[in-house]
Design a protein around this ligand. Structure first.
Ligand code: HEC
Length: 293
């Protein structure tokens, strides 16, 4: 009887351990699957290949921007095979000079996936434009907020017209996100006003980030002391590898007369399309746990 009981117990133990092993295995498999899936998104293929040496998503580079490619073919998915073949074989002649190098190692499936993503950039269902779909923030409200009483967002300084940077601002406030659109985007400020938004941005995941400043008028973005977007009209987008930590950020902008707009957007390693940078990553001051950095 006693023997049987211990045998039974050890059998149970064996089963238990075996189950754990099985569980561990399937968990690992699931994880691998998820990673594989993630690694296969079109944008990841682009980031891991050499495409970004010659193409940006929106800015012109050696090759046309991907948005321009999408516009040219009007999201006509019957061009997928031809474009995929061209990426693999290389070529030129369509965009006014310049040759695309060949990419013989790129699998045909992956090339087609990349082309479908490029074409989707001009598809308002797959990639709705945040300028049209995301409500603007209220500048009036921003000017009423007190930076000393806020945690999230960036401190807003407003200067009148041309003044050197050390002049005292006319107004201060807090912007939660940087997203001014529509006819009254900058009410009640007068044209020519200069805006500076300053604070910190917390990056949670390492990898490549795309930033773009959608704007009419002049502006720039300074991240961690380096100008990542400058005042040139052809240079409003950048991609940059970031590690998880908090970085100082400054966004400058000079308002133009009519229909002024300003929006700061990004694509994180988890996204496939641009979106307005959300307020939870912006802080007025350096978070406590990073103060030592
Ligand atoms: C050496 C620079 C270079 C690299 C690297 C490069 N391209 Fe290009 N690409 C170009 C140029 C230049 C053109 C314009 C060719 C033309 O005028 O027909 C172009 C055109 C294209 C087009 C439009 C083709 C057409 O017929 O309209 C697509 C799509 C494209 N590239 C995707 C990619 C992808 C995806 C990658 C990475 C796998 C890539 N390119 C890598 C330079 C490059």
């Amino acid at each position: 009887m006693l023997v049987k009981a211990t045998q039974f117990l050890s059998l149970l133990k064996i089963m238990f351990v075996f189950n754990l092993l099985l569980l561990g295995c399937s968990e690992k498999k699931e994880k691998q699957k998820a990673e594989k899936k993630k690694a296969k998104t079109a944008l990841t293929i682009i980031k891991n290949d050499d495409c970004l040496n010659c193409h940006s998503i929106e800015d012109k580079s050696v090759g046309p921007s991907y948005v321009k490619v999408a516009q040219r073919y009007e999201s006509d998915y019957s061009t997928v095979n031809r474009l995929a073949k061209k990426i693999i074989e290389g070529g030129g002649g369509l965009w006014g000079g310049g040759q695309m190098s060949k990419h013989p190692l790129l699998k045909s499936n992956d090339a087609r996936r990349v082309v479908r993503w490029i074409l989707s950039l001009d598809d308002s269902v797959a990639n709705p434009d945040p300028m049209m779909t995301i409500p603007a923030i209220s500048l009036r409200e921003a000017l009423e907020a007190n930076p000393a009483e806020s945690e999230n967002g960036l401190t807003l300084y407003v200067y009148s017209r041309e003044t050197s940077a050390d002049v005292t601002p006319q107004h201060t406030g807090v912007v939660k996100r940087i997203h001014f659109t529509g006819a009254e985007a900058f009410e009640p400020l007068s044209e020519g006003s200069r805006l500076k938004m300053e604070g910190f941005i917390t990056i949670n995941q390492s990898g490549k980030y795309f930033f773009k400043q959608v704007r009419t008028g002049k502006g720039k973005v300074i991240l961690d002391g380096a100008t990542i977007i400058n005042e040139n009209d052809w240079d409003r987008e950048t991609d940059i590898d970031l590690l998880p930590r908090t970085y100082p950020i400054t966004v400058e902008y000079r308002m133009e007369r009519e229909n002024s707009k300003l929006s700061l957007q990004w694509i994180t390693p988890e996204d496939e399309y641009y979106r307005v940078i959300p307020e939870e990553v912006f802080t007025i001051s350096l978070p406590q746990n990073q103060a030592a950095l």
